[in-house]
Design a binder for this molecule. Structure first.
Ligand code: AVI
Length: 319
């Protein structure tokens, strides 16, 4: 065990069997759909990291710029006695900006990917020797409890990247309600949320010229081939992403280029030419719209910070 990091095991990773059943149910449904979690095998995670570097994908760099500019303000609101809890801790550079500004007594990284979590919390513990570092292997979309023995007075959760946008608004509300119940009175949530904006900017962000988002979307079919023994030819599908204004969401689809049957572990799935597999929705919120959603879930909106083009917003909410 890593002497620098206190490790807590909360949930074992989802069993392959239940993932498989969920996948088949989505492929058998009308319209066909899969959960965005299926994107993130090793290659998918690498492609997502590359998306964040694309000039059209403004989300990551804008959120970082907001954090940098607002760090002192955030530190003043959050205080210096916090336990910072990062949900989906990944390899994020963003939390480092917060650690440096807030100087919390304790950090807890929560992620379902054990290896990734151990590597990233180890790096943090080495780089910030003054910080008490904990790692919880958990699926934070399921009921969970904070581990015992965290130093600090006030837990403040950090959920960056507009990951909340990959939930439907109903799921987002349920997720926020769960967090509001888990946090004690005075606990907080710093959350990055992508804003509703001109559709040309949104469409470009999910159709980068280098084709990285297309590769990310099509990699789902590669994953089906390798992990789920699917008989499917990725070149028989194309990437499609567009802003659905009525539902305030980007939709990503894989469009079948012809009438074809694919097989997933022996189960036949028919596609007509032009029929799509809906692989992801990425919801966008106005500032008042998100404050209302959070308020309905038990949070009190305290502050928010945005950039001068109003592309992205970081909200600070308390219970
Ligand atoms: C992780 N999530 C917030 C990204 C998004 O923008 O919805 C995933 C993504 N899909 C395509 N590009 C990026």
């Amino acid at each position: 065990m890593d002497p620098l990091v206190r490790f807590h095991n909360q949930h074992p990773p989802e069993a392959a069997g239940s993932l498989f059943e969920e996948l088949l149910a989505g492929l058998a449904a009308t319209p066909k759909h899969t959960s965005p979690k299926f994107f993130y095998d090793r290659r998918g995670s690498e492609l997502f990291a590359a998306i964040c570097e694309q000039p059209e994908y403004y989300l990551t760099r804008t959120e970082e710029a907001i954090l940098r500019a607002a760090a002192a303000d955030i530190a003043e609101m959050v205080g210096r006695d916090a336990t910072l809890i990062e949900l989906g801790s990944g390899a994020s550079r963003k939390v480092r900006l917060l650690l440096e500004a807030l100087h919390p007594v304790c950090y807890l990284g929560v992620d379902i990917s054990r290896d990734f979590l151990l590597a990233s919390t180890h790096r943090l513990a080495k780089d910030y020797p003054w910080l008490e570092v904990h790692a919880a292997c958990a699926d934070f979309t399921r009921p969970m409890a904070w581990p015992e023995g965290l130093a600090g007075e006030r837990p403040v959760a950090f959920f960056p990247g507009s990951s909340i946008g990959n939930f439907t608004p109903e799921e987002a509300k349920g997720f926020l309600e769960g967090l509001a119940t888990l946090l004690p009175a005075g606990g907080g949530l710093l959350i990055g949320v992508d804003l509703i904006k001109d559709r040309a900017i949104l469409d470009a962000a999910y159709n980068d010229a280098a084709g990285v988002t297309a590769a990310f979307n099509l990699n789902l079919l590669e994953r089906l081939r390798h992990e789920f023994e699917a008989e499917v030819e990725p070149q028989e599908f194309r990437h499609s992403a567009f802003y659905n204004e009525a539902d305030s969401r980007i939709e990503m689809h894989l469009v079948s280029l012809r009438n074809q049957a694919i097989r997933v572990a022996g189960e036949r799935v028919d596609f007509e030419e032009g029929e799509t597999l809906h692989t992801e929705s990425s919801y966008k919120y106005s500032i008042p719209g998100f404050r209302k959603l959070a308020g309905g879930a038990g949070f009190v909106p305290r502050a928010y910070w945005t950039d001068r083009h109003a592309l992205f917003c970081i909200h600070y909410l308390e219970v």
